[in-house]
Write a protein that binds this ligand. Structure first.
Ligand code: CA
Length: 233
């Protein structure tokens, strides 16, 4: 049997801890809980969690200091910072001190679960040997040779298709608008109708990598928003 993934919740608001515990356990995760920063740091170091959900404003030691000290001690557990909506600056600081992701309060459970899954999978991808990225859906990307294989067979992609695929696959579960993708993958600013280019490239990519391009399982559409790589591990 696969071992349960263990999630450490460091949060001083008991009602938030309760709802997180309930939902995480229902999804099959084990949970550990700490209600202040000092205990959270100690449990992160000794309890060997697979991921940390870390509030910022905490008694005894704030979340940033917990994260900073973890990294200073060489602990690379994925950390998702839970931040309040107004604290925009927190996000930047959190990522600078070594957090992996952040989520703003109030958050939906669905979004939180997607982030948890994505960050657990990202660490297992990092641990793959060599310069290959296993996307978890039957596609393997070799970033040395720029080759993509599906079920062991090489998929012939254009450079842009390759870049689009690797960009989305490195952020599983995160939805990007076509404008975002133009900027991130094509390095364009917003240039009106050119966003159609994204749709066309996605369609071509799906024809090459999906078993059934009409019912994709790798690159998914969030209707009215954009595209994302399957967040399912
Ligand atoms: Ca708090």
């Amino acid at each position: 049997m696969e071992q349960k993934k263990k999630i450490l919740i460091v949060e001083d608001e008991k009602n938030i801890v309760d709802i997180l515990r309930f939902n995480l356990q229902r999804e099959g995760y084990g949970t550990l809980e700490a209600y202040d920063g000092e205990t959270g740091l100690q449990m992160a170091l000794e309890g060997n969690p697979d991921i940390l959900l870390l509030d910022v404003m905490l008694p005894k030691m704030n979340g940033f200091d917990v994260c900073r000290q973890l990294r200073e001690k060489g602990n690379n557990v994925p950390v998702i910072i839970l931040t309040a909506r107004e604290e925009e600056a927190d996000k930047v600081l959190g990522l600078e001190i070594g957090a992996d992701d952040y989520i703003t309060k109030p958050f939906s459970m669905r979004e939180l679960m997607a982030r948890v899954k994505a960050n657990i999978r990202r660490t297992s991808m990092r641990m793959d040997s060599g310069n290959t990225m296993d996307t978890g859906v039957g596609l393997v990307v070799n970033t040395d040779t720029y080759q993509v294989t599906k079920g062991g067979r090489v998929v012939d992609l254009t450079q842009r298709e390759y870049e689009l695929l690797t960009f989305l696959a490195s952020h599983p579960g995160k939805v990007y608008s076509r404008i975002d993708l133009m900027e991130q993958v094509w390095n364009y600013g917003y240039v009106g109708d050119d966003v159609r280019t994204v749709d066309v490239t996605v369609r071509r990519l799906r024809e090459k990598i999906e078993d059934d391009p009409a019912n994709p399982t790798c690159i998914l559409t969030r209707r009215g928003v954009g595209y994302y790589f399957s967040g399912q591990a």
